[in-house]
Design a protein. Structure first.
Length: 388
């Protein structure tokens, strides 16, 4: 593969060289815990034990780095495992984190309850407001600015380039959760971010059959990448070989899937935006979205996620979430099938009572790649049912 290969080519070929022994087009799954040494310390290919490294995981990590344009990728057992390894490496008791007020509930819980108990302080702000972020940064104490854009579930759009510049000025590590957009639609490292984090469970895996996480480091972050690699090795939050294989397989169709996710989501957002039962649709592809112009500049598509605020409040939202047919009620997102979620009681239940609490009138949709007319029919029929 040429170094200047385009995105879809990198997604299919990076780290995926054919097996030199048999010629198998797909690299084998190295389902092994350990590796024979040629004498003490004589490692074949640098592999000694699968917690330290495994060829199937290496293949995925090469893929991840290539997709995001980074110098190193790391694959973890889950998105939260990836986040935790990064934060534990960077932070020490007394340090401070600035985090968005609309992020995945598990991320906010990790910072607030796990790292908070270790003496880490945090400030929750709207990261789409540069002034608010600047005011929240404590020079010398703030070590991490955690940005999620588009955000979960209210689809706020934050200016990655401006926040990266602010982070550089203040000596703060700017981390971008790129799970919602995926590298097919957004390249945070190219916009100045230092680290990208993914729940690879979502769009990268893309088929709701594997749990995983990933980190990718920008050029200039080699020392940090080494430190986080050591944390992963020492603490052990690795992805297994079969999980790595499933994720790599999913990544190969990422570009074309994200096109369909985006097309379907825009059609559904437009349909919902016209309905009297809907108070507001949160989708950056709509011109009425306050982040529409910015999203158009820093993303190549608007993605497959959208949220709905119902005029009838929580009762209407709950009825809708429990009445769809093709949209299945479940946690998670980013698979080929469409899902509906009630964040207040599901993905974001852990942030009730905090600055990141999600209104109980909100329903979140993960729009799949089914025929869009069938999805629209499901939405229309559900709205009729809950109105009756």
């Amino acid at each position: 593969m040429h170094d200047d290969a385009r995105f879809d080519t990198r997604a299919i070929h990076a780290g995926q060289e054919f097996d030199p022994t048999t010629g198998a087009v797909i690299p084998p799954i190295y389902q092994t815990s350990t590796f024979v040494q040629d004498g003490i310390g004589g490692l074949r290919g640098g592999y000694e034990y699968s917690r330290a490294g495994n060829p199937t995981r290496t293949a995925l990590e090469t893929q991840l780095a290539a997709l995001e344009g980074g110098i190193r990728g790391l694959s973890f057992a889950s998105g939260l495992a990836a986040e935790d390894a990064l934060l534990r490496t960077v932070l020490a008791p007394g340090d401070h984190v600035v985090i968005g007020n609309d992020v995945y509930g598990g991320t906010h819980r990790l910072v607030r309850r796990i790292h908070g108990a270790w003496g880490i302080r945090h400030t929750t702000v709207d990261t789409s407001d540069i002034g608010a972020v600047r005011d929240a940064i404590e020079l010398g104490t703030t070590k991490v600015l955690w940005v999620e854009t588009p955000s979960n579930p209210l689809m706020k759009i934050s200016d990655i380039a401006a926040l990266a510049e602010l982070g550089d000025e203040a000596g703060v590590l700017v981390v971008v959760d790129n799970t919602f957009a995926s590298p097919a639609l957004q390249q945070p490292l190219a916009l100045g971010a230092a680290v990208v984090v993914h729940s690879t469970t979502k769009y990268l895996g893309g088929h709701s059959d594997v749990v995983g996480g990933g980190l990718v480091f920008a050029a200039g972050q080699e020392e940090l990448a080494e430190r986080v690699t050591f944390t992963q090795f020492a603490a052990g939050a690795i992805s297994g070989p079969f999980d790595a294989f499933l994720t790599s397989r999913g990544i190969k169709t990422l570009g074309i899937r994200m096109q369909r996710h985006s097309q379907n989501a825009l059609a559904i957002a437009r349909r919902l935006d016209e309905h009297p039962a809907v108070e507001r649709v949160y989708y950056p592809g709509l011109e009425s979205h306050p982040g529409h112009e910015l999203a158009g500049r820093q993303m190549s598509g608007f993605g497959g996620m959208l949220s709905i605020a119902f005029a009838g409040g929580a009762p209407a939202a709950r009825r809708f979430a429990q009445s769809t047919s093709l949209f299945q009620l479940a946690e998670s997102l980013g698979g080929v099938e469409s899902l509906v979620n009630y964040p207040s009681e599901m993905t974001h239940a852990s942030v009730k009572g905090t600055e990141a609490e999600v209104p109980d009138s909100i329903v979140r949709l993960s729009v799949g790649i089914e025929d869009v007319d069938d999805l629209l029919d499901d939405i229309d029929q559900t709205l009729v049912r809950i109105a009756g």
